[in-house]
Design a protein around this ligand. Structure first.
Ligand SMILES: C[S@@+](CC[C@H](N)C(=O)[O-])C[C@H]1O[C@@H](n2cnc3c(N)ncnc32)[C@H](O)[C@@H]1O
Length: 330
């Protein structure tokens, strides 16, 4: 399991770079970039080195936390996975690459693809602070085109990227990413109904091509949730003083909502059920919404069932629940 907060080397490298930037200017840039996002303009608002840095200061902690949580869910189901190569699609400042390299010390080949050269330059600079990323290869241009010439990789990740594409571009990118996935593909999106819908479309498309879901779903069947419900999770991360200032926020933490899917070429040996919302704990019972192989269940674990109640009391939203005696949250 990796921590949700940025690795110390990355945090220090960002802080060093931020020293040359006025906080108010960075906050203004981050705000403009966020507004462009909300208006559907994607990361097109990131044009200069200062924009890229403002984006990284404002968003890298939260996207890192979401990718870290998704990778943790993956390694919990498949603890023996030891990939050697990584392809990071729409890599931006390299957020998912940093998270994957924390989660998998076995990684030694890193290929990053992105259309944005300001983010590429920042990623290259930040990578100098990483013990293994110095030799990464970062290619600029449209990911779908670059993918045709890219090597296959054991692990392919796309974090907060497919929301920037049209539906037909998304389908084409999904196919291209899967074609380059030797073992596992991880896709992370904002935890909104629209982000979930994009994940669900990609999931169905790739299951039809032979993919198996490792997480969060305990099955490869259609998602049993119905509107207005949607599958999403939340990850808490600490905010530094600079991060708070940049976001005009008082709280020392934020909760990033995200949706994700981990797809593999191999069916997992064991598929845990998944806690889909924060369980309610009373002295009488723990009640929880759980996704199981047979659909959504409103589980109620009574206090009188002492050992099951003790285990269930520790459940958190997003946790994997393994059959008793098979690991998972105790
Ligand atoms: C919101 S940023 C996310 C960056 C990074 N993955 C992260 O999690 O911090 C989206 C990234 O996708 C890239 N992107 C969007 N469409 C792309 C495309 N068609 N080809 C290559 N990169 C693309 C953007 O340039 C941007 O860097």
């Amino acid at each position: 399991m990796i921590a949700p907060n940025l690795p110390a080397e990355l945090k220090a490298a960002l802080t060093r770079k931020a020293e040359g930037l006025s906080r108010n200017d960075a906050a203004q840039r981050a705000d403009t970039i966020s507004r462009t996002y909300r208006d559907g303009g994607g990361s097109g608002g990131i044009r200069t080195g200062d924009d890229a840095l403002a984006y990284a200061l404002a968003r890298m902690p939260a996207t890192y936390a979401a990718v870290a949580a998704s990778l943790n869910a993956f390694t919990e189901v498949n603890p023996d996975f030891a990939p050697k190569s990584l392809l990071d699609i729409g890599a931006g400042p390299g957020t998912a690459t940093w998270a994957a390299s924390e989660a998998f010390p076995s990684l030694n080949t890193f290929t990053l693809l992105d259309a944005n050269t300001a983010l590429r330059d920042l990623a290259a600079e930040l990578a100098q602070s990483h013990p293994r990323l110095g030799a990464m290869s970062y290619n600029s241009g449209d990911a779908r085109k670059l993918l045709t010439a890219s090597p296959e990789a054991d692990l392919v990740v796309a974090s907060y990227v497919i929301n920037e594409l049209s539906a037909s571009e998304r389908s084409a990118l999904a196919d291209a990413m899967w074609a380059k996935t030797r073992d596992t593909l991880v896709v992370v999106e904002p935890g909104t109904p629209a982000g979930y819908a994009r994940i669900i479309d990609l999931r169905a498309r790739l299951i039809a091509k032979g993919a198996h879901v490792i997480a969060p779903c305990p099955h490869d069947a259609a998602c049993p949730l119905t509107k207005p419900d949607w599958c999403h999770f939340t990850q808490r991360l600490q905010r530094s003083r600079a991060h708070k200032h940049l976001k005009g926020a008082d709280l020392p933490y934020e909760d990033e909502k995200f949706s994700y899917v981990v797809l593999s070429r191999t069916r997992p040996a064991l598929r845990p059920t998944r806690v889909l919302a924060q369980p309610q704990v009373t002295k009488i019972a723990v009640t929880a919404k759980i996704c199981t192989a047979d659909g959504i269940e409103a589980a109620s674990i009574p206090h009188r069932d002492k050992s099951a109640y003790k285990r269930a009391k520790k459940w958190d939203w997003g946790d994997a629940v393994f059959p008793a005696g098979n690991g998972g949250p105790e």
